[in-house]
Write a protein that binds this ligand. Structure first.
Ligand code: AHG
Ligand code: MN
Ligand code: MN
Length: 337
């Protein structure tokens, strides 16, 4: 009987009771849930609603914005400003932080990637939204960029929505990771994946192999060893995946293990890496660690990096713990020689 499931709203209320929280966290999560449902609807209508193609503009990082990047950003901004639960917001698609003015200014900061994997929109492959929630620092009376520049370990919550063959939301508040599936007939997310745990070992890796000529030796070594399969030093065969939507890759890893890498290479290191620290790497690192996995740059834990800028980029290696530790060790060995 499907209606015996726990709804996401009830799950959040139960957490609120258990932790003795005031309810403002539950209220801000409700805004995010609404935003993600609306984005899911627009992704789903696709070409019917004229939602495919380019917007004809660039974001602050010089990337072409797709129509759905812009629409998803507008939806996120609007839903979350309406609720008044945030003091400020920052997005991949906005150059500067957005201060929420209102009678009841909230005590949280919201960072988001409104649409992740947007190169996949027009070809009907999974995309997602990623969010990270921080506290407005004590005594911060202006919501400027500096208030947002907190380490990943300071996150209050992080999550993503996956617009895939079904729409899901995955959330951590620092007490494990839970996954909810949207029942679109009733418009509610239902708890379908309680307490997600990433297996320690894996036989699956995800990396954009077209960049192999730019890789550093530790990454090249790891991938070569995976590809050598049963006959190589790993003594087992590996499979490779690359969706080009980080949300989809992280979701696969949460469900069946694996490793995802967008490492530093000789080309992207000029910008610090490919993925953005504050609204891609940190929230995903929080989720993956809470599910028993690891998240590193290859040279240190992602969540311990002190951010220097809102749109800062960073190398990302995350997933099954034993694999992450192995790749860290390869970097340490390489750096020593
Ligand atoms: P976004 O669409 O928000 O710019 O992020 C895309 C990211 C990430 O989701 C994905 O893993 C990676 O960029 C894909 O990069 P390639 O195009 O190099 O495969
Ligand atoms: Mn992204
Ligand atoms: Mn994006």
């Amino acid at each position: 009987m499907p209606y015996h499931r726990i709804t996401m709203t009830h799950f959040l209320l139960e957490e609120q009771r258990r932790l003795g929280r005031s309810g403002s966290f539950t209220a801000l999560m409700t805004d995010i849930i609404f935003a993600c449902k609306m984005i899911a609807h627009e992704v789903n209508r696709g070409a019917l609603a004229g939602n495919h193609g380019l917007a004809g503009s660039e974001n602050v990082q010089g990337e072409d914005q797709k129509k759905l990047d812009v629409l998803a950003n507008d939806i996120f901004m609007h839903m979350n400003a309406l609720g008044g639960n945030y003091a400020g917001m920052a997005s991949e698609e906005l150059e500067d932080v957005h201060v929420v003015h209102g009678a009841a200014q909230g005590k949280y900061l919201l960072l988001f990637d409104p649409l992740d994997g947007s190169s996949n929109i027009d070809v009907n492959i999974s995309v997602g939204s990623i969010f990270s929630i921080l506290r407005l620092p004590e005594g911060a009376n202006t919501v400027a960029e500096a208030a947002f520049l907190q380490k990943g370990v300071e996150q209050v919550a992080a999550g993503y929505a996956l617009y895939g063959s079904s729409t899901m939301m995955v959330l951590t508040t620092g007490n494990g990771v839970n996954g909810f599936t949207l029942d679109s007939n009733v418009g509610m997310f239902m708890l379908t994946h309680p307490d997600l745990r990433i297996p320690d070992d894996t036989q699956e890796f995800a990396i954009n192999a077209s960049r192999s000529r730019f890789w550093e030796p530790p990454i090249k070594r790891y991938v070569d060893e995976c590809q050598a399969g049963k006959d190589g030093p790993r003594g087992k065969d590996f499979n490779m995946r690359w969706v080009a939507s980080m949300v989809a890759e992280v979701h696969r890893i949460l469900v069946r293990g694996g490793i995802f890498m967008y490492p530093a290479d000789s080309e992207n290191i000029k910008k610090g890496g490919k993925l953005r620290l504050m609204y891609e790497a940190n929230p995903m690192a929080f989720i993956v660690e809470q599910a028993g996995g690891g998240a590193t740059t290859g040279r240190g834990r992602i969540m311990e990096l002190q951010p220097a800028a809102l749109h800062q980029r960073v190398p990302v290696i995350l997933g099954s713990k034993a694999e992450v530790e192995r790749i860290d060790a390869y970097h340490t060995e390489f750096d020593r020689t």
